[in-house]
Design a protein. Structure first.
Length: 427
């Protein structure tokens, strides 16, 4: 199986796409630096976690001991911090960065570090487009939707562990692609390193990258392209990646503990009146969950055409679903390419994570117990965001009519740009 897959015959010169990728990265980094802190990204909670480690010198603090900083003075308050993530990201920044307690201006250094992390992650994805040798138009259809993700630049400009999960997920995606394309074991090391980074950032990163890397390894072993012994490093790194959550399970009884501050937030359902409403059945709630998930893709900025513009990400998801079905069909007839393997593996990761969010960790269980009606944030899925445009390319590969191909290309490239321009602000 060639890494050039279905596009190799008309692949654009690597130098041409490299120039485009460099320009995209530069524009993204500038936009991320200029982006104002975005409401809802919980920056104060993450900054407080870092400051706590700096203040106490304890690199594995008890979750119940965490407190929030005052947003103006950066002095600790009595208000509990609700974060329940592993401390690896926060300990790293606590070691590398300047002191935060009492120094609000120090936050700039941490924001710039997160901009760098996210830019590296985006570079890994653009690198995937380069090694795949996508033709110019297909490269645009892959790259533009990624750089136009409305929350990506503002998120990069804030202190948030999603940046580490993103860079880990993108490295894992690149490594998995190249592992399928070349079969070379060094790419497995890259994929596993990315998986570990994403996992140590947050539990969602572990599930997303763990599933996609595992699916690729299982596929290659099943096809006889890798020896079964390849599963040994996968299991070993998976154990390391899962270690923080095993510790939490032993200490708190859950890999994602509900801290006292989180329980307080859940009690806010009573203030909204949610707790007094009748509980929805799971199918009804699932429809609500999906609709609000799509709507929440536009979290900030100028909602100029809120009812109309939201059709763009909805149509992109529908296109991706069609691409997944087409890739499954190619796999069933043993005509799969690197693209198809990655689309199917990524779809499995997204489906499992989405099912866990909808049915257990975020929503229905909380809705049933307290009436909770808030939604999971789409940013949790950013570590393997490349799967959606890759699935779009799967659809494009199945279209032979030049007019329909042109129409789909216009949507894949122009849709995200239109959505970003009218639906959300990048800075």
């Amino acid at each position: 199986m060639s890494s050039n897959n279905i596009y190799a015959e008309s692949g654009a010169p690597a130098s041409a796409n490299l120039t485009v990728a460099a320009a995209i990265l530069a524009l993204f980094a500038i936009s991320a630096v200029l982006s104002a802190p975005a409401p809802g990204f919980e920056e104060l909670a993450h900054v407080s976690y870092i400051a706590h480690i700096q203040s106490t010198g304890n690199f594995w603090p008890t979750l119940g001991s965490l407190r929030l900083l005052d947003p103006l003075t950066f002095q600790f308050t009595d208000q509990a911090n609700y974060l329940n993530h592993p401390p690896i990201y926060y300990g790293l920044l606590a070691t590398l960065g300047p002191k935060l307690e009492g120094h609000p201006q120090a936050i700039l250094a941490y924001r710039l570090f997160d901009v760098w992390l996210t830019t590296v992650g985006l570079a890994a994805l653009l690198g995937l487009g380069l090694v795949a040798r996508f033709p110019r138009r297909e490269f645009y259809a892959f790259a533009i939707p990624l750089v136009c993700i409305p929350i990506l630049a503002p998120l990069a400009g804030t202190v948030n562990n999603d940046s580490l999960a993103f860079v880990g997920g993108t490295i894992a995606t690149l490594g998995a692609w190249q592992l399928v394309a070349t079969g070379r074991s060094e790419w497995l090391i890259v994929a596993l390193a990315g998986m570990a980074l994403a996992a140590w950032a947050k539990l969602t990163g572990f599930v997303l990258t763990g599933v996609i890397v595992s699916a690729v390894v299982i596929y290659l072993i099943g096809r006889g392209r890798l020896r079964w012994t390849t599963a040994i490093p996968l299991v070993f790194v998976s154990v390391l990646a899962a270690a923080p959550y095993v510790v939490y399970l032993l200490l708190y009884g859950s890999p994602a503990p509900e801290t006292p501050a989180q329980i307080t937030l859940l009690e806010a359902a009573r203030a909204t009146g949610w707790s007094d409403l009748p509980r929805q059945s799971f199918p009804v709630y699932l429809v609500f969950f999906i609709c609000t998930f799509v709507a929440d893709w536009m979290p900030i900025g100028n909602h100029t055409l809120p009812l109309l513009i939201i059709l763009i990400p909805a149509a992109a998801l529908i296109t991706a679903l069609i691409g997944i079905v087409l890739s499954l069909g190619r796999l069933r007839h043993s005509r799969e390419t690197t693209l198809d393997v990655m689309v199917i593996a990524g779809a499995a990761a997204l489906a499992i994570t989405f099912a866990l969010h909808a049915g257990y960790s975020y929503n229905y269980s909380r809705h049933y117990s307290s009436g909770w009606m808030a939604n999971v944030d789409p940013r949790y899925y950013l570590p393997i965001a490349a799967i959606v445009p890759l699935a779009g390319l799967s659809v494009l590969a199945a279209i032979e009519d030049p007019r329909w191909r042109a129409a789909l290309l216009i949507f894949l490239v122009g849709g995200p740009m239109l959505f970003l321009g009218f639906g959300a602000s990048i800075g």
